[in-house]
Design a protein around this ligand. Structure first.
Ligand code: IMP
Ligand code: MG
Length: 173
């Protein structure tokens, strides 16, 4: 598949990430949130986001499998890398690149709430894509709302390609 067009320019992304960082700094004042990135897609967004937050954050990662090489969620989630920090009593912020059907985020929200006894669990996604939403999941922080399309760049991949593009682009169907 080939790149079709640029949807979000690097500068637009940078400005939005910076304002999300300011919002988080305000909302978590006096707290030490644990920012948990959902691998692999969230690694670039998370790297920029945590540097836009002026708080003593801790960082951890989790990996789940649901997609394989397809462009649609299989609906079944497997945890392939557990978080490693002690999360009891902590304020967790889950960071995702894009929420599509909502299956992954809903599953993870429940997993952290029920398995790790945190003080709070909030969700942040760079992109909220409405087209195929199947599960009702609450997103606390959203970078951009997108109606449809398969996106790549800034961490988002298609079969492991295009993650390093600085802009977010659509692919030819
Ligand atoms: P969900 O469980 O259907 O919400 O799927 C979320 C996951 O699917 C995200 O973490 C992404 O890894 C992947 N995904 C969904 N849509 C896209 C897209 O447009 N580009 C790249 N990855 C996507
Ligand atoms: Mg992902």
């Amino acid at each position: 598949m080939k790149i079709k067009e640029t949807l979000l320019q690097r500068q637009e992304i940078e400005e939005r990430v910076s304002s999300l960082g300011q919002q988080l700094t305000k909302d978590y004042t006096g707290k030490k949130p644990v920012v948990i990135g959902i691998l692999n897609g969230a690694f670039i967004f998370l790297a920029d986001l945590v540097r836009a937050v002026d708080l003593p954050v801790e960082v951890d990662f989790i990996r789940v499998a649901s997609y394989g090489e397809a462009t649609e969620s299989s609906g079944s989630i497997t945890l392939t890398k557990e978080p490693e920090l002690d999360l009891a009593g902590k304020d967790i912020l889950l960071v995702e690149d894009i929420v599509d059907s909502g299956t992954t985020m809903a599953w993870l929200h429940k997993y952290f709430t029920t398995q790790h006894k945190p003080n709070s669990v909030k969700t942040c996604t760079l992109i909220d894509k409405n087209e195929r939403r199947a599960v009702d999941v609450q997103m606390d922080y959203v970078g951009f709302q997108i109606e449809e399309g398969f996106l790549v760049g800034y961490g988002l991949d298609c079969a492991q390609q295009y993650r390093t593009l600085p802009d977010i682009c659509t692919l030819e169907e």
